[in-house]
Design a protein around this ligand. Structure first.
Ligand SMILES: [Zn+2]
Length: 88
């Protein structure tokens, strides 16, 4: 019976498998590592995008600026998306 369950999880037709992806907050260093169901042939970048997509729904901000956890989004970002003007 256990073998049947294992066979169902490793469905060769779907090509999906659970992989742990860790996303780090660029501000406080908090790590969110979880198992995501990804296509076996997916690249590392694609797996990160799966994780980021999921975390965005939980309040993370993941974009070109970096990855920020909900706590840091609340304190550092006020919804404004100004460019980092490095004016001297
Ligand atoms: Zn943070």
């Amino acid at each position: 019976m256990a073998e049947q369950i294992a066979a169902a999880i490793r469905d060769p037709n779907s090509g999906a498998m659970p992989v742990q992806v860790a996303v780090y907050c660029d501000d406080c260093g908090r790590t969110d590592a979880r198992d995501y169901l990804v296509v076996e042939t997916s690249t590392k970048a694609e797996r990160f995008e799966v994780a980021r997509k999921h975390l965005r729904n939980e309040g993370w901000q993941c974009d070109a600026h970096g990855d920020y956890c909900p706590d840091c989004v609340a304190t550092s970002w006020s919804g404004e998306d100004d460019q980092d003007g490095d004016q001297q």
